[in-house]
Design a protein around this ligand. Structure first.
Ligand code: ITT
Length: 202
């Protein structure tokens, strides 16, 4: 194989997120395939609007913001917890489920209260990644099914991890820890598709 400039230079991609937990997970998932830049690395301190009504449109909004204002190739992840008995709520509103303070503990408490009388506690995490390379946009989806337990368990992870038990396991994502979460999670599934796409197209 002849090595060209392209083989030596790693692809630079901005991950458009303000969530340091997501950044850590995606960093571990992507490995050395790309040079991952954070919003801090590009000195972006703005509060990027997430005003759309679907995960797909919100992920695109975030990625388009960085493309437009910084002219850099990038990707954004929008994730929602979809609970069957609640007609797929909180879904795209997962971060603000209990209000604009975006407090994860208060969000979890509200969800547990709303599910108190429900027998069907099935739910899924769904991640949509929007990637923009040059002028082209691509979407990748990852889903993990599971159920919402009755009280919080575990101290790892973030967001709704301490009340979500993935299918085939008897512990929450917060108990299972990052290593296991990163082999089966919604985000892992979406990032693996992104990784495969980059490998095949770069
Ligand atoms: P960015 O938009 O800056 O990426 P965010 O925290 O606002 O970060 P999202 O809108 O995608 O991220 O996520 C909505 C909420 O869903 C988030 O605040 C978490 O509480 C929750 N969430 C997302 N991914 C999760 C995960 O892997 N495990 C548990 N909860 C998660």
């Amino acid at each position: 194989m002849r090595f060209t400039f392209k083989h030596i230079m790693k692809k630079k991609l901005v991950f458009v997120t303000n969530n340091s937990n997501k950044l850590e997970e995606v960093h571990a998932l992507l490995g050395n395939n790309v040079q991952l830049l954070s919003l801090k690395d590009i000195y972006c301190q703005e509060d990027i609007p997430e005003t759309a009504e679907t995960l797909e449109d919100n992920a695109l909004l975030k990625a388009r913001y960085v493309k437009k204002n910084y002219n850099l190739d990038c990707f954004a992840d929008d994730t929602g917890l979809e609970v069957k008995a609640l007609d797929n709520a909180p879904g795209v509103y997962s971060a603000r489920y209990a209000g604009e303070s975006k407090d994860p503990k208060i969000n979890r408490q509200k969800l547990l209260r709303n599910l108190e009388k429900e027998k069907d506690r099935s739910a899924q995490f769904r991640t949509v990644i929007a990637l923009i390379i040059g002028e082209k946009e691509y979407l990748f989806e990852g889903i993990v099914k599971g159920e919402i337990i009755r009280e919080e368990k575990g101290t790892g992870g973030f967001g709704y991890d301490s009340i979500f038990v993935p299918e085939g396991y008897d512990q929450t994502f917060a108990e299972l820890g990052t290593e296991i979460k990163n082999t089966i999670s919604h985000r892992a599934m979406a990032v693996n598709k992104l990784k495969q796409f980059l490998n095949e197209n770069e």
